[in-house]
Design a protein around this ligand. Structure first.
Ligand code: HMG
Ligand code: MG
Length: 359
């Protein structure tokens, strides 16, 4: 097999839903997280603490977080939940909930063993953590989950862009301002025991500057973010403009800049249908972590025309066909894709999901 083990970061509850125009009830978002937790996924990006005027759909993320803390979703293994935070206000709003949750009486969950960049990928340390937050035993209704409920861990995600135009549109600041803004927040977060994931948006194409984003700019940013203490960089093809040759060039440039494949995740939107081809190229470059959204949901409100993330169902089917293990149950995740797309009134764009359900 090209890869033995591949880790999937399910971004459906955040990237998948953030662009939906009609308001989705918090209960539906919570139910989505609960169902996803029972599929064998171990990392779920569950919401964001951004400005509600900028992204109204994510305004209920506080309810989603509180619900997860109060009543841990059932899962076969400990789940890591990620929260997208744009600035100090977002950090404050997130920490406020973590600090007042009865499940986290000491304020913060126990810090995972030192997530330094020299000790390999720091994510997913939860399974070794004997002090992981206690988990509730209710929530048994979630899609035939196994009876042993596991613990939970939380991580924060920050995001910046590889082009100035996108940086301004998405976060109202320059690239340098966002680096300056995040440096102290990342340090604070890691000190509190939350590993930090950092996204670099528009790495393979920008809605305002076109497809030819400088790969050296992406590599410089990735190196700076790792130096600042990021535990993982998610390199994002926001617009889906990435092609196999340009993905190859970008990964080569990252490697030449000294960025290790273990520190990278790739985040493909499938606007031009190139996500799985680009995943293949990434696997050949040693990448073993990929982001996807159930049902192929997703899109960034500040990237006009961009459509969904690669569907988790399609990614899982593809990886399994290569002999790679993901731990994800394709049937379960296919049912969830069907359910959530119907729930929000969108077509299910996961080909492998639909085909799996039809057989
Ligand atoms: P701004 O207007 O420059 O904010 O927005 P500000 O710092 O000037 O503050 C203005 C007001 O907003 C203040 O309130 C703040 O308190 C409040 P006032 O004093 O006027 O009453 N405020 C907030 N309120 C709640 N939560 C907050 C917050 N921050 C400030 N966090 C800001 C700057 C970054 C906040 C805004 O641009 C924003 O929220 N952007 C987020 C956009 C977004 O979420 N985009 C989608 C996610 S990124 C993505 O999808 C890409 C990804 O998937 C990877 C890929 O595919 O590329 C990750
Ligand atoms: Mg995205």
């Amino acid at each position: 097999a090209l890869a033995d083990q591949v880790r999937i970061v399910e971004v459906g509850p955040r990237d998948g839903l953030q662009n939906e125009k009609t308001s989705i009830p918090a209960e539906t978002k919570i139910e989505l997280v609960r169902r996803l937790a029972a599929t064998g996924l171990d990392t779920i990006e569950a919401g964001s603490f951004v400005h509600p005027k900028w992204v109204p759909q994510m305004a209920a993320s506080d309810k989603v977080l509180s619900s997860i803390l109060a009543n841990s979703p059932r899962s076969q293994k400990p789940i890591t939940y990620q929260w997208l935070l744009p600035n100090s206000k977002g950090f404050d709003n997130y920490f406020k909930i973590m600090n007042t949750s009865p499940s986290a009486p000491d304020g913060y969950p126990t810090p995972p063993p030192s997530p330094g960049n020299d000790s390999g990928p720091a994510l997913n340390t939860s399974s070794q953590d004997p002090n992981a937050m206690p988990s509730a035993t209710s929530g048994a209704e979630a899609m035939g989950a196994s009876s042993n409920t596991s613990g939970q861990q939380h991580e924060v995600s920050i995001f910046m862009a590889a082009t100035e135009s996108f940086s301004k549109k998405n976060t109202n600041c320059t690239i340098q301002e966002s680096l300056d803004r995040f440096a102290p927040l990342m340090a604070e977060s890691r000190k509190a025991g939350y590993p930090v994931r950092a996204y670099i948006s528009v790495a393979l194409g920008c809605p305002f500057e076109g497809p030819d984003v400088d790969p050296h700019k992406v590599a410089d940013l990735a190196a700076s973010l790792l130096e600042m203490g990021a535990d993982e960089i998610s390199v994002a093809d926001t617009t889906g403009m990435g092609t196999a040759p340009r993905t190859q060039k970008l990964l080569q440039t990252l490697k030449e800049a000294g960025v290790r494949s273990e520190d990278l995740a790739l985040h493909f939107h499938d606007t031009f249908g190139q996500a799985l081809i680009n995943t293949m190229v990434s696997l050949e470059h040693g990448i073993r972590t990929f982001d996807s959204a159930v049902g192929g949901l997703g899109g960034c409100p500040y990237s006009p025309g961009a459509t969904g993330n690669v569907a988790t169902e399609d990614l899982v089917y593809f990886l399994h066909s290569l002999g790679a293990q993901t731990g994800v149950d394709l049937d379960e995740v296919s049912r969830i894709g069907d359910w959530i797309t119907a729930e929000i009134g969108k077509p299910n764009s996961a080909s492998a999901g639909k085909a799996t359900l039809a057989r």
